[in-house]
Write a protein that binds this ligand. Sequence first.
Ligand code: ZN
Length: 59
Amino acid sequence: MKQKRAEELREAWGDAPCEHPQLAKVYDLGAHTGSFACIKCGHMFSFREKAELAAARRA
Ligand SMILES: [Zn+2]
């Protein structure tokens, strides 16, 4: 998703808890920023945070 879209999601979501069910690559000006955003709440994850989230789910 676009970086702008992730910002909009974050603003709309507010402080509610989210389990971040699915992450999407974040693009800015058509290029992947290297970050990921939750498609539900817009929370941003680095590649490393994304890997840690996946590892925590497997545990
Ligand atoms: Zn989320």
